[in-house]
Design a protein. Structure first.
Length: 285
């Protein structure tokens, strides 16, 4: 996910690391005045060049022209103040803001309608095109915001897969989720929620032994890296796997559908027999 401004259906994506970092910094604090000193530190760190203030002014002027666009007679997006600069979004939005809104909406719908929640969360995750604020440096402003967005992304992934497991679907559906969660536990070996969801998915597929193996894998990682045992949620999941039968909801749904199909076929067969019997009686008369 990069620092961009969505305007009238188009994307404003400055070229060059300094321009991207400047826009990202202003977006992170949109509507607030950012001092020149703070922006200089964000762009050049602890070793700014001679004439950094003039270089910052030049970068701001270039970004201001780009945000207005050719022939744009609207208000300036970047205002100059005595102590610094402020970015006015107006009616514009960013992909990060769009992601956060969809994520919040999806998580809010999870209890009432997990299938709908999963769809909304999927749309939120599709907005990601790479690491948050990629190419915008790791100064205090951009670094903290990138870390925050990444944490929300992981929370959204967890909510997405939890909603997917709660939505209607059989063993094949859960097996697909389990395969994705296998990848996520490998990428984030200290994130307990992914292990919890993976155990849920495997247990729901009837793969109890594999689910127990996931717990042991999580325990080894946590002990080796952090020196701690799994937390209460993961231990509770272990108890569920040990003492409850597999979730047969998907199998029950498939059997119910099969019974309904056979019932409809039987009704149709009965109607045909009646028609043939009547036809045979009419010919006999």
């Amino acid at each position: 996910m990069q620092a961009r401004e969505r305007r009238t259906g188009a994307w404003c994506e400055p070229q060059g690391s300094k321009q991207r970092t400047l826009l990202a910094s202003l977006l992170v604090r949109a509507g607030e005045v950012l001092s020149a000193d703070r922006l200089i530190h964000e762009l050049w760190g602890d070793a700014p060049p001679a004439g950094a203030a003039n270089a910052l002014q030049a970068h701001v002027a270039r970004l201001r022209r780009r945000l207005r666009g050719p022939g744009d007679g609207g208000p300036e997006r970047i205002s100059t103040h005595a102590t610094g600069y402020v970015l006015h979004l107006g009616s514009a939005t960013t992909d990060a803001q769009h992601f956060l809104r969809l994520s919040a909406r999806g998580r809010a719908a999870a209890d009432a309608d997990p299938a709908h929640a999963a769809e909304v969360l999927r749309r939120a995750l599709e907005l990601w095109r790479g690491p948050a604020l990629e190419g915008c440096g790791r100064g205090p402003l951009c670094g903290r915001e990138a870390d925050r967005l990444e944490e929300v992304r992981l929370d959204t992934l967890e909510a997405f897969h939890e909603a997917g497991l709660r939505a209607p679907g059989g063993a094949a559906h859960r097996a697909r989720i389990a395969a994705e969660l296998e990848r996520l536990t490998a990428e984030h070996p200290l994130r307990e929620r992914f292990y919890d969801l993976l155990m849920t998915a495997l247990h729901g597929c009837g793969r109890r032994t594999e689910a127990l193996g996931v717990y042991e894998r999580a325990r080894r990682h946590l002990l080796a890296e952090l020196g701690v045992e799994p937390g209460p949620a993961l231990r509770g999941r272990l108890e569920t796997v040990l003492h409850r039968p597999e979730d047969l909801g998907g199998e029950v749904a498939r059997l119910r559908e099969r019974v309904e199909t056979l019932s409809r076929a039987q009704e149709e067969l009965t109607r045909r027999i009646v028609r043939l019997t009547r036809a045979a009686g009419a010919r006999a008369d």
